[in-house]
Design a protein around this ligand. Structure first.
Ligand code: FES
Length: 173
């Protein structure tokens, strides 16, 4: 009686190669999936550059007395995307005191302007005194003061956005 080997060598070879191919494809998919996941979540763990960014506004000796308007470019990073926005700030220099205010109206976010020795928002006619204290209109609070410092005879500011329409000055992330 003859025993017949049901396992054909060429079939075995094909099965083995198929297994190798499937394993290779699975590993490739796994590595690519892992790399893709890492790529998408890494920005969430990196510290935003904006958090610690002090920006140079103007040399101190070029700063006039009274109210002066300045603009600066803010770089923001959201995930992997970088964006730039232009912001306006008001600087008030009186004798030895210096204040920097955001030009964003705390009421509904219009741009605050200067009118003689005070600030005015033409959207709903809110007004603030030179020291940023509210004097008229529907604004819920004073102008938002920005942190500033003098570094190498330059005025530097840490620009922030604040929640509008609320009485408390609340920084936005
Ligand atoms: S947005 Fe400025 S007063 Fe309303």
């Amino acid at each position: 009686m003859s025993t017949q080997n049901s396992e054909n060598p060429s079939t075995n070879r094909r099965s083995f190669l198929g297994f190798l191919g499937a394993t290779f494809l699975s590993l490739t998919a796994l590595v690519m999936g892992f790399a893709g996941s890492l790529y998408s979540i890494l920005p969430a763990f990196s510290k935003s550059k904006k958090d610690t960014l002090w920006q140079n506004l103007t040399p101190l000796d070029k700063l006039p007395n009274g109210i002066s308007k300045h603009s600066l470019t803010i770089n923001a990073q959201t995930g992997w995307a970088n964006s730039q926005t232009e912001k306006i700030v008001w600087v008030v220099k009186e004798n030895q005191s210096l204040n920097v205010f955001s030009a964003v109206c705390p009421h509904q976010g219009c741009i605050v302007n200067q009118q003689a020795n005070e600030f005015i928002c033409h959207c709903h006619m809110s007004k603030w005194k030179m020291d940023g204290v509210k004097s008229q209109g529907p604004t819920p609070r004073d102008l938002d003061k920005l942190d500033h410092r003098i570094n190498n005879n330059n005025l530097e500011i840490n620009y922030q956005n604040f929640k509008i329409g609320v009485s408390e000055k609340t920084p936005l992330a």
